[in-house]
Design a protein around this ligand. Structure first.
Ligand code: ADP
Ligand code: MG
Length: 619
């Protein structure tokens, strides 16, 4: 559905004016910002013409903050105040960081269960603030280059980022003053850059081999929507490992023992290895000189050296394809991302493995930012003819708890987002003035088998008879998958809401196992649901007879009649523990027969009251 273009009164609608939107790849090592210019998508350079911004922030004692290349150069001399790879700790709790943090030279502070900060000479900095500084630098560069203020940005995140990591990224962007159009999964952005969203439906693998990490994502495109079927990889595999093996080869050839090298020499050796590797992506052989040694490395030999690393990456691919419950030949396209996919041997082996020529013609450093820029251009409204791209779906159903510990699903799994869905509920008891709302995630029928996301209360419901209140519960999920649940009593307008930011999201494995459970237990769940529903009905019958008896039981019933009803009620109570829905049904029916006369008498009284001047509405 298209949105109408509307403008504030007094402002010109300026329908032909382009709005300025960018795509930002906020990377672990490097970040990049890109935008659509006419028919082209371009990465935007800084004043020195550099497009890649090292994702490094340095804090100085005078509160000055340095970002990018200059900060990176200071990492060795001032490690405690120079923050690299902040993305690894975004949205993570203290416990996770104790695990990752041992390898990081920072002074972490903070309580358990909270996002920790890093102590620097310029004060304590949270990962969110540090990321905001990087984003700010990219925004400045973009605004300088475009000569205009930005209207919005799409920011990419790894497909495996959980809710907390996504939320932290979004907060960082807001802190940097960015209007976040949406967060987009990195592999999805890469696929969009290649226009695969407009192509044939099918399975796409995104192979992202960077400097220090390897990510493989398996996506399925259907009806214009990308679903992430599986993610995998190796957080300790990348181009740095290629460099290390080449350095070892050089030392072996030169007869050098590494314990004899100074730190400076080690750094030079690693730089030499890296430069040799990069040159071999375009040449068949490269001359090397290190200290007093001279030699030649051929591409053939490089291939042999790096093959074990490539095999490790391919093993991760096999696992991801298996996790997605697919066969290799179902993968139609492979998109290459990350600087290390420039190594020709990587391309060849990946092509052989998936039996398809990998897509490499877009710069693998920029492809993610380019896809994000294309998406941003559409979302900001520069492409009024294009249908809005809906690229993500929710992986598990969302719903609320209803009587009897049952889950009512409001947004089913695989619904494309953004989405808003509402459903009406009512009160269970006469005079009920508050309602507890319990938000759940999962496919199972019983609350105890689903994941609890949040609880909140709607208070101030006007007192009414059971079932008379209309309570509208709305689930709203924004483009980033963040959920807001609102409950509103429609006659009085009282409302309450909760925004769900689960501090730890679910891994793909968790999702897969929750889904598998729901299939395994489908029929037993259905029976449990029917039984629970009958029990709720039974309780409701008991509830209303109790209320009625308290109100006019003495007036309308003889002692014998009352005794009969009491006996029938006792029988009904004993059916609470029945395991057979049919037994409960029969019991309710029997009870209704016994209490029918009484119900009729009550009705007569109500009508008589009405005829004596009370309006029928009050009855
Ligand atoms: P990250 O995703 O970790 O930020 P990048 O995607 O920027 O990393 O990739 C950086 C890696 O790519 C480095 O190991 C670098 O040496 C390697 N690389 C860059 N250009 C080439 C090239 N021409 N040939 C081989 N490797 C390259
Ligand atoms: Mg990368």
């Amino acid at each position: 559905m298209a949105l109408l273009q509307i403008s504030e009164p007094g402002q010109s609608p300026a329908p032909h004016q382009r709005r300025h939107a960018v795509g930002i790849d906020l990377g672990t090592t490097n970040s990049i910002v890109a935008t659509v210019k006419g028919a082209m998508v371009e990465a935007l350079p800084d004043v020195d013409g550099q497009c890649l911004l090292p994702s490094v922030v340095r804090y100085l004692p005078n509160k000055e903050v340095v970002v990018g290349t200059l900060a990176k150069q200071a990492a060795a001399e001032d490690p405690a105040n120079t923050i690299i790879s902040v993305k690894r700790i975004m949205g993570r709790g203290k416990e996770d960081i104790d695990y990752i943090g041992n390898q990081l030279p920072y002074d972490f502070i903070g309580e358990d269960g909270q996002m920790p900060k890093i102590r620097t000479v310029a004060g304590d900095k949270s990962p969110v603030e540090i990321s905001a500084t990087i984003l700010n630098s990219l925004v400045n560069r973009a605004e300088l280059s475009l000569g205009a203020q930005l209207d919005g940005a799409v920011i990419t995140v790894p497909a495996y980022f959980d809710e907390a990591q996504r939320e932290a990224t979004k907060t960082a962007a807001q802190l940097a003053g960015i209007n976040v159009l949406r967060l987009l999964n990195e592999p999805t952005a890469a696929a969009v850059a290649y226009g695969l969203d407009e192509g044939e439906e099918g399975i796409i693998a995104v192979f992202d081999l960077g400097g220090g990490t390897f990510d493989i994502s398996i996506l399925e495109l259907s009806a214009g929507v990308f679903e992430v079927l599986a993610t995998g990889g190796d957080s300790a595999l990348g181009g740095d490992d290629f460099d290390r093996l080449i350095a070892q080869w050089i030392m072996q050839q030169a007869g050098i023992i590494d314990s004899n090298l100074s730190r400076q020499q080690v750094r030079e050796l690693m730089q030499t290895a890296c430069s040799v590797k990069e040159k071999l992506s375009d040449s068949d052989s490269v001359d090397i000189s290190f200290e007093n040694w001279q030699g030649v490395l051929s591409r053939d030999l490089l291939n042999t050296i790096v093959d074990p690393l490539i095999e490790r990456a391919l093993r991760s691919c096999r696992r991801a394809v298996r996790d997605a419950k697919l066969e290799l030949d179902q993968v139609k396209n492979v998109v290459m991302v990350g600087g290390s996919t420039r190594v020709p041997r990587v391309r060849t082996r990946v092509g052989e493995y998936f039996k398809t020529t990998p897509l490499v013609h877009i710069d693998p450093d920029r492809v993610v930012a380019i896809g994000a820029a294309i998406q941003a251009d559409v979302l900001i409204g520069n492409k009024p003819d294009t249908e809005m791209l809906l690229l993500d779906v929710i992986p598990l159903s969302l719903g609320i708890e209803t009587m009897g510990g049952l889950v009512e699903k409001i947004v089913p799994r695989n619904t494309t987002i953004p989405v808003a869905k509402a459903q009406e509920f009512t009160t269970y008891k006469d005079g009920q003035v508050a309602m507890a709302i319990h938000v759940l995630q999962g496919e199972r029928e019983l609350v105890s088998d689903c994941r609890s996301l949040a609880r909140f209360e709607l208070r101030g419901i006007p007192a009414m008879v059971a079932g008379a209140a209309h309570i509208r519960v709305t689930f709203q999920i924004d483009a980033d998958g963040l959920l807001q649940v609102t409950a509103k009593e429609t006659s009085s307008g009282v409302e309450a809401s909760v925004e769900v930011k689960p501090s730890y999201g679910l891994s793909d494995d968790d999702i897969a196992s929750m889904l598998a459970d729901s299939f395994d237990h489908a029929s037993e769940d259905k029976q449990a649901r029917v039984l629970q529903e009958k029990r709720v009905e039974l309780d409701r019958v008991l509830e209303s007879i109790n209320t009625a008896l308290a109100a006019d039981g003495d007036k309308l019933l003889t002692t014998e009649e009352r005794a009969e009803i009491d006996q029938a009620m006792a029988a009904l109570v004993s059916l609470r523990s029945a395991e057979e829905p049919k037994l409960i049904d029969a019991g309710i029916e029997k009870f209704m027969a016994v209490s029918e006369d009484y119900a009729m008498r009550r009705m007569d009284v109500a009508i008589k009251d009405a005829l004596q001047g009370r309006s029928i509405d009050e009855v």
